[in-house]
Design a protein around this ligand. Structure first.
Ligand SMILES: Cc1cc2nc3c(=O)[nH]c(=O)nc-3n(C[C@H](O)[C@H](O)[C@H](O)COP(=O)(O)OP(=O)(O)OC[C@H]3O[C@@H](n4cnc5c(N)ncnc54)[C@H](O)[C@@H]3O)c2cc1C
Length: 431
């Protein structure tokens, strides 16, 4: 039996990383009263409330969120009045990952987003596409929504040795993101672990900043494309250590402990102990940082058999951030659709290229505007949502205009990519 409309949320957002909180902020400001299912409070899961940035200390590349001390002259150059200036400086110093996420949460709540600290264990997308979607959480609660924004993120793969956990994030010296943390290793010696394109890219990127990069790979063959491999091989700052795995990581007292209480009694990376895969011998390489680049796993288990994914499990979407149906979905009507109406994707769950907080937040904003437009256009009258609940803002109207212009112009690169990858998805799922 079809549920009463009143028991159906306008929009549910799954995930509380930068993508989820930004989507919540925008849909809340559009009067949609969004419900955000935030994830778990357990820090040991990839579903931690706040997302991946909960594991890092300084965020220096989120606009307006840098950790920097400005000189009096630089400060004057900003032409801020003194009160705003004081706040600005306070914001500039010490913006940690958890701090940034708390601010995002507070801002979304302030504008009316509702949140539950649970994780989704099941979702039914296939049964009634375009009608409503049913979600279940770990406490057994059931939620229904006309629109869903999937912002479940991804988790970097790790080496799985205990020392790695000890030194991971918070200035410990083990990282999974060169773009994020490479800046802290200027003039130092680091290692990149992995043999794929990401490892080559991270090594080449780091070589521009650091003194030396060791590229450590367990085999002699590489998954990386020839061009990426060649670029890394030709870089004089990169030395390849092949047939080796990191067996252990040694630490030294954290140098920041002298002036920052947070680091008292803590250690950071001093060396990697390597095991040779052919001889079994071990050796030690002195290092300041270790970048693990062995891939990411998108949090898409929930959507298998319902939504289209690429080989690595990333969700595929069209130019309106709409998810595409899986060819193995049980409902034939769903299989015949070009996209899944009302289901949008945002952030690292669908982006294996940029993987940054700002790009995730940008996608969260875009997915929210698309969801708002979808609800306004397709559901308001049909489903009896009171028009006043939908603030069809100038943003939406502009967006409609912009979209039709964009469609008319033919957004070739995006469409081609969607078609190409959807084909891969079909092949994968039909195997
Ligand atoms: C150590 C580290 C340092 C980084 N540093 C930087 C940096 O300095 N600058 C930068 O721009 N980027 C940085 N990044 C990358 C950045 O964190 C990600 O790009 C960004 O967090 C992606 O945001 P997201 O919202 O897409 O997903 P995530 O942050 O991964 O959030 C996903 C959310 O989904 C939730 N979730 C997952 N499954 C479920 C479920 N079943 N039910 C409910 N909720 C669920 C999780 O709880 C989480 O809240 C760093 C990443 C790491 C790991």
């Amino acid at each position: 039996m079809k549920p009463e409309n009143s028991s159906i949320e306008n929009v549910i957002i799954i995930g509380s990383g930068p993508a989820g909180y930004t989507a919540a902020l925008y849909t809340a400001r559009a009067n949609l009263s969004p419900l955000l299912i935030a994830g778990s409070l357990d820090p040991k899961t990839s579903r931690i409330k706040g997302g991946q940035l909960m594991y890092t200390s300084d965020i220096e590349n989120f606009p307006a969120g840098v950790r920097a001390e400005l000189s009096e002259d630089e400060f004057q150059g900003l032409h801020l009045d003194s009160d705003a200036g004081a706040d600005y400086i306070a914001g500039l110093t010490g913006l940690s990952g958890p701090n940034l996420m708390k601010r995002m949460e507070a801002q979304a709540r302030h504008f009316g987003a509702r949140m539950v600290e649970e994780f989704v264990t099941e979702i039914d997308i296939c049964s009634a596409p375009g009608e409503y979607y049913v979600l279940q959480t770990q406490s057994g609660k059931e939620y229904r929504a006309h629109a869903v924004i999937i912002a479940t993120g991804a988790a970097a793969r790790t080496l799985g040795i205990s020392a790695e956990e000890k030194f991971f994030g918070q200035g410990g010296g083990v990282s999974t993101c060169a773009t994020c943390d490479g800046h802290s290793y200027r003039g130092k010696n680091v290692a990149v672990i992995g043999g794929g394109d990401s490892a080559m890219e991270e090594a080449s990127y780091l070589a521009r900043l650091v003194n030396k990069v060791y590229l450590i790979h367990r085999r002699e063959e590489f998954r990386a494309s020839k061009i990426m491999l060649k670029r890394a091989e030709e870089n004089p700052k990169i030395e390849f250590l092949l047939n080796k795995v990191v067996a252990d990581i040694k630490g030294k007292p954290h140098p920041a402990a002298a002036h920052n209480k947070f680091f008292e009694g803590k250690e950071n990376v001093a060396a990697a102990v390597l095991k040779d895969m052919q001889t079994g011998e071990t050796s030690e390489v002195p290092l300041d940082g270790i970048f693990v680049a062995i891939g990411h796993t998108p949090n898409t288990e929930l959507f298998k058999g319902q939504l289209c994914m690429d080989e690595a499990g990333y969700l595929i979407y069209d130019q309106h951030l709409r998810a595409l149906p899986s060819p193995t979905c049980e409902n034939a009507k769903m299989r015949s659709l070009e996209y899944v109406p009302g289901v949008f994707v945002a952030g690292d769950v669908a982006d294996h290229v940029y993987r940054q907080a700002i790009t995730a937040a940008g996608m969260g904003c875009a997915a929210a505007i698309e969801a708002e437009r979808y609800l306004a256009e397709n559901l308001a009258s049909e489903k009896g949502i009171p028009p006043e609940a939908l603030d069809i803002s100038m943003q939406s109207i502009a967006q409609s205009h912009w979209s039709s212009e964009r469609d008319a112009a033919g957004d070739k690169p995006v469409i081609e990519r969607v078609e190409e990858v959807a084909e891969v998805c079909a092949i994968e799922h039909n195997k």
